[in-house]
Design a protein around this ligand. Structure first.
Ligand SMILES: NC(=O)c1ccc[n+]([C@@H]2O[C@H](COP(=O)([O-])OP(=O)(O)OC[C@H]3O[C@@H](n4cnc5c(N)ncnc54)[C@H](O)[C@@H]3O)[C@@H](O)[C@H]2O)c1
Length: 342
């Protein structure tokens, strides 16, 4: 199978590339990524020379390029996105351009191939809005109505609805996955876990939003990538539909912060309460029984606190990686590796 992966230089994408090359010797990948601030070619520096892997620098809104690359593949795994809620609160426009219009550009390319190419749309549980803190039994299912609350989740919800509409109207073979919060190696250090760990290594405090009671359902990134591979290989794309993916691992931000402080040998004086995010969703929790029952997937790498300890250790042991991200030096890599070699 030849996969066209969009956004493969990001956090989940780079973990997906590594997993596929490691576990599927007969698969190859083209990674289409425009390299925004969160796209980091250094995430994949070690596999650059693999003959089963190709990087193409480009925008998913570039119709000609997308048409050409989609025609060469058997399946599109679409991850490219503007992905940071706080950035969407500062400026929502890039979110609509990439997440909505970019998805539509890909869908048009898939549609033109009349059923030859599968489309796996990687989305988020945030499209469902949020859940009450005092009803732990209530979780998001695949039929929970969409109620996005941030410009980020609204743009992802719009892209999901476009995928559903293309599936329904044109019969394109498409599946949507809605996943909970991921953690693991290579996550951009403005997201909570790498931000907190790297701040603590630098002797700085960790900024905790509001009262810290907001709850997230944490899943290890490799569990997510394995679920995506399972969907790609086992789901019925002709009928379409949605799979929720989650870790059954709900933690409040305050509990997460305490766990990180403990692993790093720091006390509570390193917590710096900051004004809450605007419209901050209280709780996300995924009911992932459908993917388990129909496709036999369940998480194997997300168990707490071991998986968190392992992730913290990865950042502690890779200071070169995150220091280059925090200083912005990672952005020179493309220039050095590709442009200067022309
Ligand atoms: N991180 C999570 O916890 C999480 C959870 C559920 C779903 N998701 C979804 O998974 C996907 C990947 O998330 P992530 O955390 O790896 O994001 P990320 O921000 O780390 O990576 C996004 C990648 O997309 C690329 N990109 C952005 N705009 C592009 C464009 N116009 N054309 C081509 N490439 C472009 C970026 O350069 C980057 O490499 C997203 O669609 C996100 O909505 C993320």
């Amino acid at each position: 199978m030849h996969i066209l992966l969009t956004g493969g230089c990001g956090f989940i994408g780079s973990n997906f590339v590594r997993l596929v090359l490691r576990e599927r010797s007969d698969y190859s990948l083209t990674n289409l990524d425009v390299l925004t601030y969160s796209g980091n070619l250094e995430n994949l520096a070690d596999i650059e020379g693999d003959p089963r892997y190709r990087f193409v620098k480009g925008d998913i809104n570039d119709r000609d390029l997308v048409n050409r690359l989609v025609a060469e593949c058997d399946a599109v795994v679409h991850m490219a996105a503007e992905s940071h809620v706080d950035r969407s609160i500062m400026d929502g426009r890039p979110f609509v351009l990439t997440n909505v219009l970019g998805t539509q550009t890909l869908l048009d390319a898939v549609r033109a191939l009349r059923g030859k190419v599968k489309f796996l749309h990687v989305s988020t549980d945030e499209v469902y809005g949020d859940l009450p803190l005092d009803q732990p039994q209530v979780k998001f299912t695949e039929t929970t109505p969409y109620a996005p609350s941030s410009p980020y989740s609204a743009s992802k919800a719009a892209s999901d609805l476009l995928v559903r509409a293309y599936q329904h109207t044109f019969g394109i073979p498409a599946i949507i996955t809605n996943c909970s919060n991921n953690f693991g190696p290579y996550q951009f250090p403005e997201k909570v876990i790498p931000l907190f760990v790297t701040n603590l290594i630098e002797g700085k405090k960790v900024p905790l939003y509001g009262d810290g009671r907001n709850v997230r359902d944490w899943l290890h990134v490799e569990d997510h990538c394995e679920a995506l591979l399972t969907v790609l290989e086992k789901a019925d794309f002709t009928s379409g539909g949605t799979y929720n993916i989650g870790g059954n691992n709900e933690r409040s931000n305050l509990d997460l912060t305490h766990a990180i402080l403990k692993i790093m040998g720091k006390d509570e004086s390193f917590i710096e309460p900051v004004t809450d995010r605007l419209g901050h969703d209280r709780r996300y929790a995924i009911d992932a029984r459908k993917i388990e029952k129909e496709l036999g997937w369940r998480p194997t790498r997300s168990a707490w606190p071991g998986a968190l300890e392992q992730t913290v250790r990865w950042y502690v042991e890779h200071p070169d990686w995150w220091q280059r991200v925090k200083s912005g030096a990672y952005r020179d890599y493309y220039e050095q590796q590709y442009v200067k070699r022309r």
